[in-house]
Design a protein around this ligand. Structure first.
Ligand code: ATP
Length: 496
């Protein structure tokens, strides 16, 4: 199944204009060529290709290009004047559809189609058809390679590598091969081939270490100008003090999310809402979740989605969510979801539509996209979002208890190469009542500066001094934190 059958049906349906939005121009031209050859014996129609650089050229047989017709208006006038059927493939014609003269010329050709079958095929990465021409158009969407086709494409690259490197054969880790074929989903034939080549040719092997690069390259291909960020900087649960319950919850769901055979009877998890006090590790946890699941982390940037034009915001959100679907399996992190979805005072219409778009996608999604929404402010949270069943679970991240503070302190001292034996960690953790993880880290950072200024190694006294000078958020925002705890009790599950 190369899609040529479907395209042939559309061409035969006697629609004057066929629109193909594709970045795989070479493949589309090959398809059209093969259709022309197939049709030649029963219904011979010459096929032409036009570009602004080469003008009009025969596609089915090789003849010199007609540079005379390289101007967009000139080529349309030429087509209109030809009194014979023909298939005219115009590449990257989209900018010239804004010219009313060109629109009228195309319309003339379409109106006369019943008398002279001159069919126009527009191929560009994106084509906005002017309203005057819409009624004359059919669109062709190239089906993307399915799993067996992707496996065949990967095998072709393996065979090519073996043929080009005599004596060597590609080393294949079977699990990595399976994941590679899975992760190449959603790409065109050309891009699938390109990424498979990149993974295989670099070291003559398919290993798990190829997968992050494949996902990164795929993201770059798919998210042109979009609002999704690929997070290169990930964390592991080893970098986080506490959150033990969250970690256990995720470990139990990992096999189902990854589609392991042993978990075939389990529903794949959809996502969680992580609600909690600022600086207690929500962002860090989102990053660690992608590591636990062993998949890419994408961050949805709501600021890049909001658009002043009516309907554009939802369209951009839908596009980003579609990209996430294609990037699956992945973790989609929505930071400060309350600001993105509800925090746009005065634009209630847009806010409602954005929320609706997001909730519909959440409810209908079949792809393995695990959503991690993080939020600091429950008062701004739309009730629809926290209703039971939206997320698999709502977790609450509270301020760390004394023993968790000790482990967070140890993590940040170790990260800065401080021997733990030099400190009374338990006593320091006891002093840090009401400190968030971020504040504990900040105390270590500042104490290191103080020690450095005195030209001394870091000691308990430096940290104690910083602790004494800090007014933690739990004091400054006591009331808000209490409100949050009250709200969370009974509605959420604790992370610890
Ligand atoms: P905000 O809501 O302000 O974005 P947050 O809850 O997302 O806060 P993080 O950004 O994850 O918090 O935390 C800030 C920094 O504080 C982290 O990069 C990390 O260095 C440190 N930190 C916070 N919590 C922990 C923790 N539990 N263990 C280790 N480090 C932590």
């Amino acid at each position: 199944m190369d899609g040529s059958h479907d395209l042939e049906l559309i061409l035969r349906s006697r629609t004057p204009i066929v629109v193909i939005e594709s970045r795989d121009e070479a493949r589309m031209l090959r398809l059209l060529q093969s259709i022309a050859i197939r049709r030649a014996s029963t219904n011979y129609i010459p096929v032409f290709r036009w570009t602004i650089t080469d003008g009009l050229q025969r596609l089915d047989i090789s003849l010199e290009p007609q540079t005379l017709n390289s101007e967009p208006t000139a080529v349309l006038k030429h087509i209109r004047a030809v009194n014979k059927p023909g298939l005219y493939v115009l590449l990257d014609f989209h900018p010239f559809l804004e010219d009313p003269v060109n629109v009228r010329l195309i319309k003339d050709i379409c109106i006369q189609f019943r008398d002279v079958e001159r069919q126009i095929v527009l191929i560009s990465h994106k084509v906005s058809v002017p309203q005057e021409l819409e009624g004359f158009c059919a669109r062709f969407d190239m089906a993307l390679p399915d799993e067996s086709e992707r496996a065949r494409l990967v095998q072709k690259v393996i065979d090519e590598y073996n043929a080009e490197n005599s004596g060597k054969t590609v080393q294949v880790d079977s699990k990595a091969h399976e994941l590679l074929v899975q992760n190449l989903s959603g790409l065109s034939y050309a891009d699938t081939n390109r990424l498979a080549r990149k993974a295989i040719y670099v070291d003559g092997a398919i290993t798990k270490s190829d997968l992050p690069q494949v996902m990164q390259a795929k993201y770059e291909l798919l998210n042109r100008g979009g609002a999704l960020q690929f997070e290169y900087d990930t964390a592991t649960f080893g970098d986080i003090g506490g959150l033990a319950k969250l970690k256990a919850w995720l470990s139990h769901r990992r096999p189902a999310f990854r589609g392991d055979k042993s978990a075939a009877h389990l529903d794949a998890p959809k996502g969680i809402l992580l609600l909690g006090i600022q600086g207690c590790g929500k962002s860090l946890a989102a990053k660690a979740i992608s590591a636990i699941f062993g998949v890419a982390l994408l961050r949805l940037d709501f600021a890049a989605i909001y658009d002043k034009y009516h309907g554009e915001t939802e369209r951009k959100l839908r596009e980003s969510l579609n990209t996430a679907d294609v990037m699956a399996p992945c973790v989609l992190w929505i930071d400060e979801v309350e600001k993105g979805i509800a925090g746009r005072g005065g634009e209630t219409g847009t806010t409602q539509r954005v929320l609706g778009t997001f909730l519909t996608w959440m409810a209908e999604k079949k792809s393995h996209v695990f959503v991690v929404a993080t939020a600091n402010d429950i008062s701004a949270m739309p009730p629809e979002l926290v209703r039971k069943g939206r997320f698999d679970e709502i977790f609450f991240v509270d301020l760390p208890s004394e023993d968790i503070r000790a482990s967070i302190l140890a993590i940040h001292l170790s990260r800065r190469k401080q021997p733990l034996g030099n400190f009374d960690i338990a006593a320091l953790a006891r002093l840090m009542i009401g400190f968030s993880g971020a504040e504990i880290e900040q105390a270590v950072v500042s104490a290191l500066y103080a020690a450095h200024a005195q030209d001394k190694p870091l000691a308990d006294a430096h940290i104690e001094m910083e602790v004494a000078q800090t007014r933690p958020l739990s004091v400054v925002m006591q009331e808000r934190i209490e409100n949050m705890r009250t709200w969370a009790a009974g509605r959420t599950v604790s992370c610890d």
